[in-house]
Design a protein around this ligand. Structure first.
Ligand code: ATP
Ligand code: MG
Length: 402
């Protein structure tokens, strides 16, 4: 059985009246990016549905890829059959037998845009219903709530048959909600936060703070590999690698040890915000989860967040570690995250960081030195890496002036 096309239903985006065209275009972009290795595929999009026309590409390989695309509520692969009743009967039974399990119920739904076709929808429903019943043991009809709905569409060019509804990832198409900057460490949490942000339609760019020689090239490679994994969903991802060694050394000299973690986080956020500003992003995303470590108490977040008015989004804030790990497994980032390389934040970790830092105190400690030139230098020397999804060619890495 060879599929001819796949019908995609949008779900939530159909609710978004005026913006619908933009949503459809973003979704078309996501589908196109996910299917780059199938060059013969054509995408036809209208306001309320989309078709992936396979043009002889393998539908069974394409189906798993569609399952991961945000903005797809459900989809149904369809076969194309000549408008000949006998051929349609054979195709209907083939298609049905592929998914039928003993004891299931069914109905037939027919749509006829070719009004000149010799049978009307009711006649077609009866004819195909009877054919399936005769040829399938223990099959029963259930019009209200069937297990399988065999849909037959009689169009001008041919008949299209489908009976499977496969659920997609839901959410909104990536990029349809604007752009945000993801603070991406090499840990378990931040890639999950990025994934969830993309699920709600955010386009993301990643920012990583890198402190050579305290952190190694291998820890940078880990972040590149995580970015590649995220790029499978977004199609393309820009990673900003910020040189952070100098600032960390200054903090160590300048700020009392128990406040150094708070200042480090404040400066990371400030730098991330400056990059966001230059890249025209609208928010910053972190992988923080309340109470997980010293920097993730409400008091800490209050003292750290003080450096910016930009929305700081924390998709994991209420999640337990076990819930986060479960998602990390599903999105294939866990195995990369647990590679044992150090992060810049762990190298200068004080023995007893303040879990309840005071905003006024940290402002006071920072007031003896103007950090502005160091922040600017770090931003200007940030390396930009354009990440392509795993399956594509190597990424290009180069310094780029903003
Ligand atoms: P993660 O698993 O994401 O590393 P974590 O539980 O280790 O999180 P922290 O190390 O306190 O928690 O980091 C909290 C958040 O700060 C991270 O989720 C990430 O968004 C950001 N962050 C930490 N280190 C870095 C870094 N080196 N570069 C960019 N962002 C970072
Ligand atoms: Mg971490």
């Amino acid at each position: 059985m060879k599929y001819d096309r796949i019908l995609i239903r949008y779900g939530e985006i159909t609710l978004k009246g005026r913006n619908r065209n933009k949503f459809v275009e973003k979704l078309r972009g996501s589908v196109k990016a996910a299917l780059v290795s199938f060059p013969r595929v054509k995408i036809e999009a209208s306001r309320d549905r989309m078709y992936v026309i396979l043009n002889e590409e393998n539908g069974d390989e394409i189906i798993p890829l569609l399952k991961g695309i945000f903005g797809i509520y459900s989809f149904s692969p369809a076969v194309k059959v000549e408008k000949d009743i006998e051929k349609m009967k054979v195709a209907a039974l083939d298609l049905f037998a592929k998914i039928y399990k003993k004891g299931q119920t069914f109905k037939i739904t027919t749509k006829r845009s070719d009004k000149s076709f010799q049978l009307n929808t009711e006649e077609l429903n009866h004819l195909f219903g009877a054919h399936l019943l005769i040829n399938t043991p223990e099959l029963k009809v259930n019009v209200k709530n069937p297990d399988i709905d065999l849909r037959i569409e009689i169009r001008e060019d041919a008949a299209y048959l489908s009976c499977e509804t496969i659920y997609g990832a839901g959410g909104l198409p990536v990029g349809s909600s604007g752009k945000a900057m993801l603070m991406l460490s090499g840990g378990i949490d931040s890639p999950v936060a990025g994934h969830l942000a993309m699920k709600r339609g955010m386009g993301i760019e990643a920012i990583h703070f890198f402190s050579p020689p305290y952190t190694s090239e291998r820890s940078k490679q880990k972040v590149i590999d995580l970015s590649k994994q995220l790029a499978k969903v977004s199609g393309m991802l820009t990673l900003h690698v910020v040189p952070f060694t100098e600032i960390q050394e200054i903090i160590r000299k300048q700020v009392p040890e128990n406040y150094s973690m708070t200042t480090t986080r404040r400066l990371m956020l400030k730098i991330a915000d400056e990059i966001r500003n230059r890249r025209k992003g609208l928010a910053i995303i972190t992988g923080e989860s309340l109470g997980q470590v010293a920097s993730q108490t409400l008091e800490s977040m209050y003292a750290i967040n003080d450096v910016t008015n930009t929305p700081v989004l924390r998709p994991l804030i209420t999640m337990d570690k076990t819930e986060i790990i479960k998602i990390a497994k599903e999105i294939n980032t866990l195995d990369i995250s647990i590679r044992p390389f150090e992060d810049c934040c762990t190298i200068f970790v004080p023995s007893s960081p303040k879990t309840k830092p005071k905003k006024e105190k940290v402002q006071f400690y920072e007031s003896f030195l103007d950090f502005t030139p160091f922040i600017e230098k770090a931003v200007n020397e940030t390396e930009l890496i354009h990440i392509k999804p795993e399956s594509q060619k190597e990424e290009d890495s180069f310094h780029e002036l903003f």
